[in-house]
Design a protein around this ligand. Structure first.
Ligand code: IMP
Ligand code: MG
Length: 192
């Protein structure tokens, strides 16, 4: 069932979120990704890495669709400076993996690849630790935002160049808890 636009008054503006990918669509696609990952890595020891904070809901749902006895999980934190709706490409590691990953198959789980600068930074950082392999799994890809080419091995959905929130993705740390993905637009409050 199509959901209505969610309208929230915040800081003197109206924030309007229109559903773009429903919870059902997300879960169906995650099931497919999990099956594909399970087949591709059969018999291997994989470390699934959640990139905090945006990938948390996706990570939690995806790992439960991966059938690999040799799967282990870790996480790291990244922050990119920039305005609230545009990434600057200046990335920094805010928390690191809990264990070394030399000789392991790394599967990095991201929420969205826009400019590609975050993933580029992360790949360069991870490569210095000499894992056996590195693959990227991103829930969303915005090709129109691309500034650098990064390899993406698993992509949930390719989307248009719009700012989206929900299912882990935030605007100023809000809306991460939505179970769907929606496009976000701002409107002025009506005059009194
Ligand atoms: P990139 O470095 O431009 O590829 O962007 C990566 C990060 O920017 C993501 O992990 C998100 O945190 C953030 N980001 C990019 N596009 C969006 C969006 O549409 N909504 C919310 N966050 C976004
Ligand atoms: Mg963010």
């Amino acid at each position: 069932m199509a959901q209505d636009t969610l309208v929230t008054e915040y800081n003197g503006k109206l924030e309007c979120i229109t559903p773009m990918i429903t919870e059902e669509q997300l879960q169906a696609r995650i099931k497919e990704l999990g099956a594909q990952i399970s087949a591709d890595y059969a018999g291997k020891e994989v470390v699934a890495v959640a990139v905090l904070k945006g990938s948390v809901p996706f990570f939690a749902d995806l790992i439960r669709q991966i059938e690999l006895p040799g799967l282990s999980c870790d996480c790291l934190g990244l922050a990119s400076y920039g305005s609230r709706t545009e990434s600057s490409g200046v990335v920094r590691l805010t928390s690191d993996l809990s264990r070394p990953v030399a000789g392991k198959h790394l599967l990095i789980i991201e929420d969205i690849v826009d400019t590609g600068l975050t993933i580029q930074y992360l790949l360069q950082n991870m490569e210095t630790r000499q894992p056996e392999s590195i693959r990227i799994c991103t829930l969303l890809h915005k090709p129109a935002g691309e500034r650098v080419k990064v390899p993406m091995d698993y992509v949930g959905f390719t989307i248009a160049n719009e700012f989206v929130v929900g299912y882990g993705l935030d605007y100023d740390e809000r809306y991460r808890q939505l179970s769907y993905i929606g496009t976000m637009k701002f409107k002025d409050l009506p005059e009194e």
